[in-house]
Design a protein around this ligand. Structure first.
Ligand code: SF4
Length: 88
């Protein structure tokens, strides 16, 4: 998982509502991304919804932590049994 919520997070909660995998939860100080659930939106959308919606650009994609698309798609399939991916 390459998506990270930085210290710029103002804890508005906009990203939590947009995540198709319920991967974002409120943590002790700001919102956090669950690496077991984030697929970088592969399987659901063409772009990372949390990055697009964040009003203060506090969600970033760390290129060095990118996972292969197939691994992300496999995670999506486990999270959405019986469904077909929308962007593959
Ligand atoms: Fe959720 Fe997509 Fe953001 Fe990952 S990139 S936390 S799946 S909205």
């Amino acid at each position: 998982m390459a998506v990270k919520i930085t210290n710029d997070c103002i804890a508005c909660g906009a990203c939590e509502a947009e995540c198709p995998n319920k991967a974002i939860k409120e943590g002790p100080t700001s919102y956090e991304v669950d690496p077991e659930r984030c697929t970088e939106c592969v399987g659901s959308h063409r772009a990372q919804q949390c990055i697009e919606i964040c009003p203060v650009s506090a969600v970033v994609l760390e290129e060095a932590s990118r996972e292969p698309r197939e691994a992300l798609l496999e995670r999506w399939r486990k999270l959405h049994p019986g469904e077909e991916p929308k962007n593959s």
